[in-house]
Design a protein around this ligand. Structure first.
Ligand code: UFG
Length: 321
């Protein structure tokens, strides 16, 4: 049985679904601070917060857990700059509780949701995993610190882990069961689509970055491609000892303007765009090299930006829904 923390969130719920299709049984642990109870459709669901160490220990004792997929975390770059305490307490404190409970229960396998935000300002693009890590914001630091914790825990206690450094997750499952729905929504693609549906202008944060069109460049990756990588990471963990990190990225960057253009192409609608100041904590360019995941996990992305936007648009019901 696999424990999925944060399994009611956007990425965790997609992965829970995919694990069930691959034949795994799961327990979802989520405090519903940002997730949705109706997303825990597969496996069992326990409502609880990782900051509650006793509850986490009880969950690990109650179920025959073989491995943990750890998604539960706050993940907004700008919010982490405004309120770092919230991030350090939850993302680091909660994870330490989880690891302690795992060690006590004899569970030695974790797939950790890390982030491309660990790199900070890259000196080469696309960024390989060997690139130095120097996060630009507290969110990125929390991920960087836990990666370090995991390496130390493997040396000292034999805790095996695969850290998956996500770049910009987007898209939705295309049978309408799940999609990206944050409240408030701050992510680019759902924000553009919501603006379109509501007939209001959308905002571009910064047009004076050192990029070809002045807007930030990101590496957007379909959540279904992310989900597939988790199944492969889990198989690697089940096969033998490791404490490794992989980029989950496409290797191709798209600017905010490129995304606006693709939204217009997918929906056949024109977006009204207004320019605003840069958002705190945003690096100008973040594009990851996926070669290591391809080589060592046998993972390859299958979906384009057009498909990510198309699937999210359908999941939101298009203009009418
Ligand atoms: N942006 C806009 N307008 C909006 C929303 C976003 O211009 O309405 C811009 C942002 O400033 C940024 C880009 O679009 O330049 C992407 O922003 P997102 O909020 O969609 O995503 P982030 O790049 O800030 O962060 C995401 C995840 C992080 C992860 C990071 C890694 O939320 O958890 O990708 O690349 F660390």
């Amino acid at each position: 049985m696999i424990l999925i923390t944060g399994g009611c969130g956007y990425i965790g719920s997609h992965i829970n679904k995919q694990l069930h299709s691959a034949g795994f049984d799961t327990v979802v642990l989520d405090n519903l601070s940002t997730g949705h109870a109706d997303a825990a459709r597969w496996g069992r669901f326990v409502r609880g917060d990782l900051c509650d160490a006793d509850m986490v220990a009880a969950v690990l004792k109650e179920w025959p857990i073989e491995a943990v997929l750890h998604f539960a975390a706050f993940s907004l770059v700008e919010e982490s700059v405004r309120d770092p305490q919230k991030y350090y307490r939850n993302n680091i404190g909660g994870t330490l509780n989880l690891l302690e409970a795992m060690l006590a229960a004899g569970v030695y396998k974790m797939v950790f949701s890390s982030s491309g935000a660990v790199y900070g300002l890259p000196s080469e693009t696309p960024i390989p995993e060997t690139h130095a890590t120097a996060p630009l914001n507290p969110y990125g630091y929390t991920k960087n610190i836990i990666e370090r914790v995991l390496r130390d825990y493997q040396q000292a206690y034999g805790m095996n882990s695969v850290a998956l450094r996500y770049f910009n997750a987007a898209g939705a499952d295309n049978d309408g069961e799940l999609c990206e729905r944050h409240d408030p929504e701050t992510h680019l693609i759902p924000s553009l689509l919501k603006g379109l549906k509501a007939g209001r202008a959308v905002t571009i944060y910064g047009e004076d970055y050192p990029t070809p069109d002045g807007t930030c460049v990101r590496d957007y990756i379909h959540v279904k491609d992310l989900a597939h990588a988790h199944v492969l990471a889990l198989q690697k963990l089940l096969a033998g000892p490791c404490a490794d990190a992989y980029n989950l990225s496409t290797g191709h960057g798209c600017s905010v303007r490129d995304v606006v253009g693709t939204v217009e192409e997918v929906t056949g609608q024109r977006l009204e765009v207004v320019a605003a100041e840069r958002r705190a904590g945003d690096p100008p360019v973040l594009v990851g090299d996926p070669a290591k995941a391809k080589r060592e996990l046998g993972w390859q992305t299958r979906y384009s930006l057009l498909e990510m936007i198309g699937d999210q648009w359908s999941a939101m019901g298009g203009l009418k829904g």
